[in-house]
Design a binder for this molecule. Sequence first.
Ligand code: 13P
Ligand code: SF4
Length: 303
Amino acid sequence: MEINELKERIAALKAEKNAVILAHNYQRAEVQDVADFVGDSLELSQQAAKTNAEVIVFCGVHFMAETAAIICPEKKVLLPDLAAGCRMADMVTPEDLEAVKQQFPQALVVCYVNSSAAVKAVSDVCCTSANAVRVVEALGDQEILFIPDQYLGEYVREVTGKQVILWPGFCPTHVAIRREEILKLKALYPDAPVVVHPECPREVRELADAVLSTGGICRYAREKDFETLIVGTEVGILHRLRKENPGKRFIPASKKAVCPNMKRITLEKIVRALETLQPEVIVPEEIRLKAHRALERMFVLTG
Ligand code: 13P
Ligand code: SF4
């Protein structure tokens, strides 16, 4: 099928199945263009919670679809390709976490949403890149075990000044963004501000004018006055930035910052998912209830 046929088929199936399409900011351009809502992890979970649709087609990676399934057990959550995982989320298992918790029994486990439902189920509270600082600040003086992203954890420690024990996880896509490349771009575009995602290592964050979630980067692009912006995150976000800000120029900090799992979702797979109502992401109820507690605490702590 041609791209326009695929888009028409998706629109017809969406109406027929009472479905909504949610897409992450890193999705392919054509996938973003058929979505009802495009956003960051936090915004997508909020959209999942408030939609009236019976079916959510989640165009993102597995933990994001799982989060929607945890929050909305009455809805059918489809992930058009179940192999779309997150390499960072795979860097912590519930068994490893239980073992490390024994070493730090006094610490509260703050779990980045980039983690499996089973890991969330044995954590105290979740956070996303958009609210990690607010969540940790709201927890008072208690020591924190932050999992699994060492760089987001380190950033939170820097901003809050709290005792934060780090887990050795990282995002392979964001560690591909190098300080030297940004320095070269800054020399080429001396007036351009630099924005980076908090999953970037410290030496990259140090060069940034702002450290933001992907939703925060989209807001910065809309609200700030600049000609050129250097963008340190996955390159899929450039489609949205350019579409929403036609008069501004966006330069990727690294063209190598591609998340292969985010690119697994295609229009063909969305059509198939809507036709068959498969593959569905199902979280066992016992795990769902415990993981829901950690997500609920995040929503309560951040208002
Ligand atoms: P955001 O919540 O900022 O969109 O980040 C999700 C993610 O996977 C970043 O790599
Ligand atoms: Fe996971 Fe990194 Fe891909 Fe985000 S960009 S989904 S953290 S592997």
